[in-house]
Design a protein around this ligand. Sequence first.
Ligand code: ADP
Ligand code: MG
Length: 472
Amino acid sequence: MNVMIEQVWQDFLKIIKEEVGIRVVETWIKAVSLSRYDSLERKVYLSAPNMFVKNWVETHYKQLFVTHLKRLLSIDDIKIVFCIGSICSAESELVQNVTSQAVSVSSAPDQSKNQKYQLVKKMPSMHANATMSKLNPSYTFDMFVVGENNSFAYASARAVTQKLGKLYNPLLLYGGSGLGKTHLLHAIGNEILEKYPDAVVLYQTTDKFVTEFIHAIRFDQIAKFQAKYKKIDVLLLDDIQFMVNKEQTQEAFFHIFNALYESNKQIVLSSDTLPRNLGGLVDRLKSRLEWGLIADVQVPMLETKIAILKRKAEMQRELLSQDVALFIAHQPVKSVRELEGSLIRVLAYASLTNQVVTIDLVKKVLGQTSDIQAKSASLIDFGAIIDHINKHFSYGIVDLRSKDRSKGVSHARQVAMYLMKKYTGKSLREIGEYLDRKDHTTITHAIHRIKELSHQDPQFAQKLRNIEQSLG
Ligand code: ADP
Ligand code: MG
């Protein structure tokens, strides 16, 4: 894809995220890619991994493509051609023959799925307050799978509900997109309302906050706006990175923050960037945001991904076998949201075609290339870890495999073992074999030691984070 088209595609994704929500984008729209634009014929070729995704996207979202791509490409008429891999249909005819797995897609089964989901999901926040608080009742602590990647954020969020306004104020949840920040904000709200049904809890996205503020300015209702926020007991403000460069809004928020803080009201925020790295945020607000506790969420490890998949499937009364969960978890995804998207596609397909979820079915739904990609791209291999160890500690594979127990080598070896367990999905035995260690307990010990060290020694913790980040 050339640069211009790539940019159009990125802009398109941004716009429709607003329009249909991030969930649809992650589940369906990103399952297809813009493979080619023929400017003479004014045809946009979209490639889907299989018939199922193609039909679904075509049935539900074709008009979106037409409307927005027309505008983004500045043309009046446009033809959207859906392809499966590189096999493309003529504009209107369906390629039913390409695969015998053709599925006709209607929205009905989707709805029945939703109903099922509605029945199963827990409704903890049936208090009158819940609606006003704008809380999603299915985002609870119970539904949140805790792993190494998020245990600190989870524990901090739980702690906040035990001692409102006193322990960590503000609590700032920080991390990449789709890793559970919004879920945790809602979970805090739901738990608080369960305990204190009369508490005034408000979940608000920063986008809405900004819009509300602009509206207040326009209609001369600043006092009312301020008053609304100042009477809140628990403010859950999501994605504060969107306040960047909006100085007046920051100013208004600064006053609300101070008022709430001074009366010991709890403030919980989320951001995809650390406050200190948010250019376009005034310093005094930055410093306020760092007054309390900052807890990060990271990409989950394999086992946590599996647990999440199983929990999400259970919510829809589906059972995933270990094999299938493992297979889906091995897909190269960057966030839990994407992982969930894959699962939703698989379950939708299984339900529409009345099939049991097997690995073959998953392969079909997640695309022709996914299993090859999964093998090569999702997993970081031993070699990559050895390269990084070499770069950061200056010891190579020969040192790591040797019997040398001097401090430097041992330490580097332990870091290698820790990273291998965390990122490669290989067993202790395989790691042992690779590093010439017969006894697995050496590896268990190393993992334990590295975890301990990263808690005790902030400098080492930072170094480890750097290595992990560069591992990708
Ligand atoms: P963020 O706000 O960080 O972008 P979200 O909180 O919206 O991410 O999470 C995206 C999706 O992933 C949600 O459906 C959420 O329920 C799910 N999710 C993320 N982390 C977990 C987890 N640890 N356990 C269960 N579901 C999770
Ligand atoms: Mg979010």
